[in-house]
Write a protein that binds this ligand. Structure first.
Ligand code: ATP
Ligand code: MG
Ligand code: MG
Ligand code: MG
Length: 479
């Protein structure tokens, strides 16, 4: 079943069950606390928080999401994409667990002829939160899942919360057993590679109070109106329903992957390292295309840095694959637009604009790499010549200062040669440079002419080249 068809079926099922179909919001979140939309519920947050009255009691959507914290997982696990689509059904004070659970089960297990996904019930496992006896009873007694396929999980995995005070509540997740070839028995608590998480049902029922952390806080009481928020991974469903090994081999991502292999003269499946690179390229080129289409532009901060980082990772992986420094991004952007164009018509109409942004960034990075790589190789040589394994912080700083090499690039290049980088020294040099820039700016302010406006600009933008990099980087990383 094609990806587009899976989305259509999901939305049609919930529409037939009284839900209003709401189009995906832009990846660029309206919500100021988030850089990019990372879950289907984000556009509905004001309704859940009671800040706005929803125009409907029930909604369903296929929301574009980017999770920057999953970037490092891409290509290594079978199930993490940096851009993915979350299918969801939502109840705003309308139905609760007793309906959400059977609805989810029906959609998954009804036959394809009946509009469902035709899953074999024997291959589905579920988890509930530690003390959520209610949810367990619904799974066991109403739906008929045998108790041995229902597992309990703690705060870390099965409890959701948002803001203080804000709604919170237990979750229940549905997993598909891919079979003994993918790992040991024992259900999702034993192995999340064999048991693939496909759907998370969140039961918002309590009001969250203050607390120490995401897993340790007070519960103030019941919410006046209980809500449902669910998220199903479209790419994960596609992997299962298309019978492929991982999400990168599905119809959409697989197309970009195959094109990347073709362009770089590699054969997918021949070499583990090259396979990871191909999966990274497929994923990142799709994410970049979607981000640019939603108005994100490469930059040194925030969203712009997320985009820059994934484009740079694409270029680096393409060079590793091909062994040359040709420009491949234009061609791969075309493939990404083709692969996603059926679901997102704006990619086709906006193709020229998307290309010009990505092409320019690729040329810009090619220049940076050309000059920086030579310097990096000298630093690596020097390290090895003295019998060391750690590239000095001063060299990393110079790469950054002179060539605009972000530290993660230096770290990656070092790792490829079996070396490490003295990050502590690098960071203290960065901090020192920032202090100096601040002092200089202040001194200028004290001069005769009133140039304070420039000083402010300098302070705010980190204008002396890449002053702001490390901060922004860690910001992008912790997202
Ligand atoms: P995992 O534990 O596998 O990382 P998660 O628990 O972080 O997933 P949720 O936050 O519960 O995921 O999101 C709801 C659903 O969205 C998941 O059940 C999954 O199907 C899908 N999903 C989450 N993260 C990704 C991702 N990086 N790529 C593709 N699909 C994802
Ligand atoms: Mg996750
Ligand atoms: Mg999970
Ligand atoms: Mg989950």
């Amino acid at each position: 079943m094609e990806t587009a068809e899976i989305a259509r079926r999901f939305l049609a099922f919930f529409e037939n069950n009284g839900h209003t179909v709401v189009p995906s919001a832009s990846l660029v979140a309206e919500d100021p606390t988030l850089l990019l939309v990372n879950a289907g519920m984000v556009p509905f947050k004001p309704y859940f928080l009671g800040q706005r009255t929803p125009p409907f009691d029930r909604a369903t959507s296929a929301q574009k999401c980017v999770r920057t914290k999953d970037i490092e997982e891409v290509g290594k696990t079978a199930r993490h994409a940096s851009f993915f689509q979350m299918l969801g059904n939502f109840s705003f004070g309308d139905y609760f667990k007793e309906q959400a659970i059977p609805l989810a089960w029906r959609l998954l297990t009804s036959s394809v002829a009946d509009g469902g996904f035709g899953f074999d019930p024997e291959r589905l496992w579920v988890t509930v939160y530690l003390d959520d006896d209610e949810a367990e009873a619904i799974w066991r007694d109403t739906v008929g899942v045998p108790p041995e396929r229902i597992q309990r999980r703690g705060m870390e995995d099965n409890f959701w919360s948002m803001g203080v005070p804000g709604p919170c509540g237990p979750c229940s997740e549905i997993y598909f057993d891919r079979g003994p070839a993918y790992g040991a028995e024992g259900g999702p608590i034993a192995d999340e590679n064999r048991y693939l998480e496909v759907w998370n049902l969140v039961f918002m029922q309590y009001e969250r109070g203050p607390g120490e952390s995401k897993t340790d806080f007070e519960i103030l009481g019941d919410l006046p109106k209980k809500n449902i928020d669910t998220g199903m991974g479209l790419e994960r469903m596609a992997a299962i329903l298309q019978g492929v090994e991982n999400i990168y081999e599905t119809d959409t991502l697989g197309r970009i992957l195959r094109r990347a292999a073709e362009l770089t003269g590699t054969v997918y499946g021949d070499d583990d390292r090259a396979d990871v690179s191909l999966r990274v390229v497929a994923d990142h080129m799709r994410t970049a295309t979607m981000l640019v289409s939603d108005g994100v532009r490469p930059g040194n901060e925030k969203r712009g840095y997320v985009l820059r980082r994934i484009l740079r990772r694409s270029v680096r992986n393409l060079r590793l694959l091909s062994g040359d420094d040709k420009l491949y991004l234009h061609d791969l952007t075309d493939t990404a637009i083709e692969a996603m164009g059926e679901m997102y018509a704006e990619l086709r109409t906006g193709a020229d604009a998307i290309h010009s942004v990505i092409d320019a960034e690729e040329r810009n990075f090619a220049d940076t790499l050309r000059s920086g790589t030579a310097l990096f190789n000298r630093a690596a040589e020097k390290t090895r010549a003295t019998g060391g394994t750690t590239v000095s912080g001063a060299d990393a700083f110079q790469l950054h200062d002179t060539y605009g090499f972000p530290i993660d690039l230096t770290l990656e290049m070092a790792a490829e040669q079996g070396l490490r980088v003295d990050e502590d020294t690098f960071r203290s040099l960065m901090a020192e440079q920032r202090e100096t820039a601040k002092r200089d700016a202040k001194a200028k302010k004290l001069g005769n002419a009133d140039i304070s406006v420039y000083a402010r600009l300098l302070d705010g933008s980190g204008a002396t080249d890449f002053l702001g990099y490390t901060d922004h980087e860690s910001e992008a990383r912790v997202l």
